[in-house]
Design a protein around this ligand. Sequence first.
Ligand code: AMP
Length: 318
Amino acid sequence: MNIYKQIFKEIKKYNTIVIARHIGADPDALGAQFAFKNIILRLFPDKKVYAVGNPASRFKFFGNNDRIDDICTNNALLVVVDTPDLKRIDGANPSDFEYVIKIDHHPVIDTFGNIEYIDDNACSTSQLILEFVYANKLQLTKEEAELLFLGIVGDTDRFLHDYTSSKTFELVARLLNETDINFTSLYKKLYHRPLVEVKFEGYIYSNLTVTENGVAYIKLTDKLMKEYGVDSAAAGNMINDLKFVDEIVIWIFLSEDVKSNLIRANIRSVGPYVNELASRFGGGGHIFASGARLKTWEDADKLIEAYDNLMIEYKKLN
Ligand code: AMP
């Protein structure tokens, strides 16, 4: 049986369904999560469907996350979207559930689902949810279509990144034809930002260190971010903007997050794969877009050095 039909069969069986995604919610995770929740509830209004995880204030237009403290999960289905590793599932533990389905587009890390549907050639998990919809001959409401469109646009950075494929365009064209969403107006929701963030981006560009091997990095302390009036997640939203710079092959933003007592690394590459090295630092991700959470600035220095060495090896071979 087609995997999407199999997933739909399991969804029909369960009265309680929890949909989880990764910590540090982004548009793709949220778009996939809330679209899936809304589709199930619309088709089966008597089911209880929860979308769990810590809310992301920047992206609250996707929907409000639910809490599942009081519900019994023993007989419930858990669907985990956009999350390859157990440690990054936000707000649910697969072992508490009767049945678990994973739908993801990251390279495999942990296996925790009874059904694991992974397509690491897909540009986004929202694309996979869209494939699920059409494979099961379902219709989308305008609101669901908007959520999935935002998810796809978020992860592809407006169809810029690798894994944006003809399939992506075919699916999105069908979505636009069938739901007639006003997609240009949606960009405002995703990309509008305060001037302080633009000034902060200016700081980053002016103060980047670029090694002779093509690794660019910047350390962003809590103090600096407070001076600029931006939050610790701000830099992460700007990382993709350095994709086409002559001197830069790998680039790393290191942002201090005092609330969580960690340093967040956003790592990107247009050369060597970066996810394996990220996982050695406790992180992970896609081959050209990875992340990690570090404990100290010494660890941050080690990470920079490791990527610089990776570039030295890469240059020898290319
Ligand atoms: P980001 O730089 O936060 O946009 O993350 C880029 C990619 O790396 C995403 O696919 C994330 O799922 C993954 N990623 C980010 N942080 C971590 C982490 N701490 N552990 C594992 N994967 C991560």
